[in-house]
Design a protein around this ligand. Sequence first.
Ligand SMILES: Nc1ncnc2c1ncn2[C@@H]1O[C@H](COP(=O)(O)OP(=O)(O)OP(=O)(O)O)[C@@H](O)[C@H]1O
Length: 254
Amino acid sequence: MSKKENKLEAKNLDAYYGDFHALKNINIAMEEKAVTAFIGPSGCGKSTFLRTFNRMNDYIDGFRIEGQILLDGRDIYNKDIRVDELRKEVGMVFQKPNPFPKSIFENVVYGLKIQGIKKKSVLEEAAEKSLRHAALWDEVKDKLNKSALALSGGQQQRLCIARALAISPSVLLMDEPASALDPISTAKIEELIYTLKNEYTIVIVTHNMQQAGRVSDYTAFFYMGELVEHNKTRTMFTSPKDERTQNYITGRFG
Ligand SMILES: Nc1ncnc2c1ncn2[C@@H]1O[C@H](COP(=O)(O)OP(=O)(O)OP(=O)(O)O)[C@@H](O)[C@H]1O
């Protein structure tokens, strides 16, 4: 099998919140249609780094980057990049499920409606496809017009994944997507991530090392704003190269 292309890359990336140097000379290339987990102790920069891939940090006063973030080889911080177009390509799911106070159906088709798609049959088809993809269809198909807020936390998170998938991204960023969920819902999200990687490039921030071991092909370990080590997950967990990685994965700090 030929080697997969690099979907996402960071080159000599530094990031700052005002004077605070949050990410220090990060270099990484992430394969397409693979799952990469970002691990590391609290405050080491995982979420900051994740958010650079869809420019979510742009909203934060005083935040700036140096270096490059490439999506399919294109620098997404270039002046000619439209951020709304970028976010269609790079979807995001957050730690706490954040459905809108609308019906299940309206949540899923929200992004499509913003794009101006009005035709009912197109929206219905997209809603079903996305909900099936997010492994939620069977649980909600008879109550699409009910409020999304009446769903369980785990269902709400899968709904948010369906909402992200509806706009056909190629990358899915997930910031601790299961940390607010019970073990059964967590297992469902993990299974889902495993199936989604056939079609999407997935980057997941997780505090749970077992979870990183279960769902990811590659793991990147961050420590105090540095990328210490990036390798195949199995290699990283069995024979880490750096002492700091070893200390972290054996629970000696963090
Ligand atoms: N909006 C902000 N303004 C200023 N500093 C920030 C901001 N967001 C994050 N930071 C700082 O940047 C550093 C990295 O934070 P980040 O949230 O990326 O870490 P993290 O590894 O994701 O942590 P956690 O695992 O606790 O979520 C921390 O020192 C944090 O205090």
